[in-house]
Design a protein around this ligand. Structure first.
Ligand code: B1M
Length: 208
């Protein structure tokens, strides 16, 4: 069944993927469907893109199918709780349009009891800074999938410092090319390697 999900992602076949996820949810753990079916499938899409077997339109179709499948999984992974452990402002940094991972992190944070304010993709440093001022979040989360957009994370942290806001908010970063060492280098407070780890790190940051 997971192999069929990978195939549906490869083919960008949204309807087939939705049907497979619906069927899987009767028999399998939602988290396993997410990890073995969707995330592993998307990793294979990424590999095929890298090797020139798939092209950008294929990846866009796969990404859209993935989003539709997430929407089906979301309630099963734990719907929005009625309590709030803390508030997170999150976004993908300027110049970067990748949002699948960020959306997954947002979804898991909500499932973990956080209120999430999602600024979307291609977010300018000014918008991050304004959101920290206006929303007073406990955590600012930034995602980057391109090596060329990673420096933007450092720029946002610099801006927070200059505006006197850095000590008011913890900063967590993530995304495929980002690492623990890079987080330390730019003065972020935490790095999440994946969505589950992002929730654990967020809980640690707010002292839970
Ligand atoms: Co793009 N892309 N892409 N892409 N794309 C990558 C990132 C790439 C590695 C592919 C490759 O070459 N193998 C490569 C980057 C190379 C590099 O920088 N070194 C690349 C490139 C080059 C590009 C373009 C430049 C291609 C072009 O136009 N020539 C272009 C750039 C556009 C832009 O952003 N300005 C581009 C475009 C696209 C699409 C639009 C086609 C599409 C994005 C659709 C969308 O997001 N709505 C796309 C996709 C889908 C990918 C790959 C195939 C898959 C990314 C993904 O969704 N992964 C990707 C290859 C890859 O990563 N293997 C690739 C699944 C997702 C669940 O994982 O995002 O890593 P991820 O998120 C994880 C963790 O990283 C972590 O948790 C998530 C869940 O476990 N995490 C956090 C993420 N954010 C976090 C934040 C946190 C904590 C954890 O705290 C706040």
């Amino acid at each position: 069944m997971y192999e069929q999900m990978h195939r549906a992602l490869f083919d960008g076949d949204r309807e087939a993927l939705e049907e497979l996820v619906r069927r899987a949810l009767h028999a399998r753990e939602p988290r396993q469907v997410l990890e073995e079916g969707l995330l592993r499938g998307m990793a294979r899409v990424g590999q095929a893109f890298k090797e020139g077997e798939l092209f950008i339109p294929d990846v866009i179709l796969a990404a859209n199918a993935m989003k539709a499948a997430f929407a089906l999984l979301r309630p099963a992974l734990g719907d929005r709780p009625t309590y709030h452990r803390g508030r997170v402002v999150i976004g993908t940094v300027r110049g970067d349009l990748h949002d699948i991972g960020k959306n997954l992190v947002s979804m898991m944070l909500e499932g973990g009891g956080f209120e999430v304010v999602d600024l979307g993709v291609d977010v300018e440093a000014d918008r991050f800074v304004a959101a920290v001022r206006e929303q007073a979040p406990d955590i600012l989360g930034m995602s980057a999938l391109l090596t060329t957009t990673m420096p933007e994370m450092a720029r946002v942290i610099d801006r927070l410092e200059k505006e006197g806001l850095r000590s008011h908010v913890a900063v967590m970063i993530g995304g495929a090319p980002v690492s623990e060492a890079f987080a330390r280098e730019i003065g972020a407070d935490a790095f999440g390697a994946n969505a589950a780890e992002a929730v654990d790190k967020a809980l640690a940051l707010i002292g839970n």
